[in-house]
Design a binder for this molecule. Structure first.
Ligand code: PHE
Length: 340
């Protein structure tokens, strides 16, 4: 039996075969185990002798199995090392890195430029109420901008109020003024929504809002700040600007800011020629807005501005079509995207 078992151990081709040899000899129903069970029926003398022999056999077989197992494992490892050897001469797989979307890039630029001027970044919710989007901003109850076709409304609530997707980032003016004390110097970049879709409008777009509230802030501060901004953003030492009177319910006086450009041969060039391009809306914060936000207009004044982020990104980076911003076309993203 010893010779037979040791031969079986030696002949096992792999670890699986070796394991079945072990089970057939030393397992619960193995041959050595079976013989051990027979010891009970023997006389004491016989039991001692046979027991010793069986134990020796068992130890020898177990030792042989261990030695064989180690040898098999060694062989397997050698095979694996050979198979998994790395071929350092293979060319690397091409690596693809994502890019920053032009919107993210432009927001980073805006944040950096206004950050240098002491502005902090503020936020407000995309879903807001009538008070923050309209009422506190001095929109009269029958103002056309409240009409269904501009604003995405949610269903009316039980208390009669309707939530909506904010139509401009001016909501953040209200959130900021009702939650922190002047002096205030914030910009608020973010998403805005209007029910509109054509060549120059997408239902979701981005704006950046600016708000400065302090004692004795005046129109000169507004103009100086925005002229400085457009020159820095467009990287031009000389850039003609003009402020045209305009109207917003929440600013008085209100203005639109234009920058100088030329449109010769259909090609737009910023900072050249004698044409004008509208770039943003702005004005001195209306006293009614300050009052609605709990700020005393006889003590504090300020200015606000708002501009479209896609628009200024298109102008700086020569992106022709607004709608392409949100199509997630990989070729577009690779072309107009920025290294992260
Ligand atoms: N909220 C205005 C718009 O969406 C822009 C604006 C902001 C104008 C702040 C004046 C002051 O067109």
């Amino acid at each position: 039996l010893r010779a037979e078992l040791l031969a079986a151990v030696d002949g096992a081709a792999d670890r699986e075969a070796l394991e079945s040899v072990r089970v057939s000899a030393l397992g619960k129903k193995g041959r050595i185990t079976d013989m051990m069970k027979g010891l009970g029926k023997m006389s004491p003398d016989e039991r001692r002798e046979t027991g010793q022999a069986l134990n020796a056999l068992k130890d020898d077989v177990a030792a042989a199995i261990e030695t064989k197992r180690a040898a098999l494992e060694d062989a397997e490892l050698t095979v694996r090392l050979e198979r998994e050897r790395i071929d350092v001469s293979l060319p690397p797989r091409p690596e693809t890195t994502g890019t920053l979307h032009p919107i993210s890039q432009t927001i980073a630029e805006l944040t950096a430029i206004f950050g240098q001027m002491g502005f902090e970044v503020a936020e407000g919710p995309d879903i807001d109420d009538d008070f923050h989007n309209f009422t506190a901003l001095n929109f009269p109850p029958d103002h056309p901008a409240r009409q269904m076709h501009d604003t995405f409304f949610f269903p009316e609530r039980e208390d009669g109020d309707r939530l909506m997707l904010r139509t401009h980032t001016s909501t953040v003016q209200v959130h900021t003024m009702t939650s922190q004390k002047p002096p205030i110097r914030i910009i608020a970049p973010g998403r805005t929504y209007r029910c509109d879709y054509d060549m120059t409008h997408t239902p979701m777009f981005h704006q950046v809002e600016g708000l400065v509230i302090d004692k004795a802030t005046h129109m000169g501060h507004l103009k100086g700040c925005l002229i400085e901004f457009v020159k820095t953003y467009f990287e031009l030492d000389e850039l003609p600007t003009r402020f045209r009177p305009s109207f917003f319910p929440f600013t008085e006086p209100s203005a639109e800011m234009d920058i100088g450009c030329s449109r010769k041969g259909g090609e737009l060039r910023i900072g050249e020629g004698d044409d004008w391009l509208e770039i943003l809306g702005c004005g001195m914060v209306h006293p009614n807005v300050l009052k609605a936000c709990g700020i005393d207009p006889t003590e504090y004044q300020g200015f606000a501005f708002g501009m479209g982020i896609e628009r200024i990104a298109m102008l700086k980076y020569g992106i022709p079509d607004l709608r392409t911003f949100f199509e997630s076309d990989l070729r577009w993203l690779r072309h107009y995207g920025f290294a992260a």
